[in-house]
Design a protein around this ligand. Structure first.
Ligand SMILES: C[S@@+](CC[C@H](N)C(=O)[O-])C[C@H]1O[C@@H](n2cnc3c(N)ncnc32)[C@H](O)[C@@H]1O
Length: 220
């Protein structure tokens, strides 16, 4: 993907404002496993979802973003891929045992965003929200992104990272149907469609292993 001198991807057109969103195709948010997410996420998976090099790349990216203060790790498991513990770390995920294993957390919330995209947090509660290798599982992402903006403080950033690996039965069909550049476009369009963020900045991050992509925007 073409990048500018800062490493930002330059070819992510504003699809949402020109020709309909990259996610507007019928069936985009269908999944081959349409059962309640609680069924799939019931067994704890204390595993690494990307390789060591990609984990390091995600962590370096979050260092650059400056993830500190009151932080929400959205769609979290047992590790938040931060290099130092923030002042206050809140986790939201699907499996209580996974969240309990994240020793840096101060608060842990089990909440199914596909059943209810509203976040169970007060307005302007967080300085930064991160979400790692999970955005492809959201079936109502624009509602979730809009609610992330609600819980962020003004100027606070939402940093979304992803790779090319996933649980294919739980990822939405539109994600599975496209490539890395398409994924960058989709996540950028989620930010835009929420109407609540500044223009997102997309990057491919240096990784010697699994590829790492990041899209980040500040709350308006
Ligand atoms: C591939 S794992 C990534 C976990 C963690 N972010 C990481 O980087 O290791 C996907 C995560 O998304 C979360 N997730 C999936 N569907 C979800 C939903 N409907 N609501 C909330 N979280 C969900 C699960 O709890 C799971 O831990």
């Amino acid at each position: 993907m073409p990048t500018d001198a800062s490493g930002n991807i330059t070819s992510v057109a504003d699809t949402a404002s020109r020709s309909g969103s990259s996610f507007s195709a019928p069936g985009f948010f269908d999944r081959s496993d349409s059962r309640d997410d609680a069924v799939f996420y019931r067994p704890p998976r204390l595993v690494q979802h990307i390789d060591d090099a990609a984990v390091a790349a995600v962590s370096a990216y979050y260092d650059e973003v400056g993830v500190d203060g009151d932080v929400l790790d959205l769609m979290s498991s047992w590790v938040s891929h931060l290099s130092t513990p923030p002042r206050h770390l809140t986790l939201l995920g699907m499996n209580a045992a996974e969240l309990a294993a994240n020793t840096w957390a101060h608060e842990r919330v089990v909440h199914d965003l596909n059943a209810d995209p509203r976040l169970p947090f007060a307005d302007a509660s967080f300085d930064t929200v991160v979400s790692t290798v999970s955005v492809d599982y959201l079936t109502a992402p624009v509602a979730v992104f809009a609610d992330v903006a609600r819980v962020l403080r003004p100027g606070g950033r939402f940093a979304v990272t992803f790779s090319n690996r996933c649980f294919p039965t739980k990822a939405v069909r539109g994600w599975l149907a496209t490539d890395d550049a398409g994924h960058v476009q989709i996540v950028s369009d989620y930010f835009r469609a929420s109407g609540a963020f500044e223009e997102p900045v997309a990057q491919e991050r240096p990784s010697a292993g699994d590829p790492v992509y990041a899209v980040c925007a500040a709350r308006r």
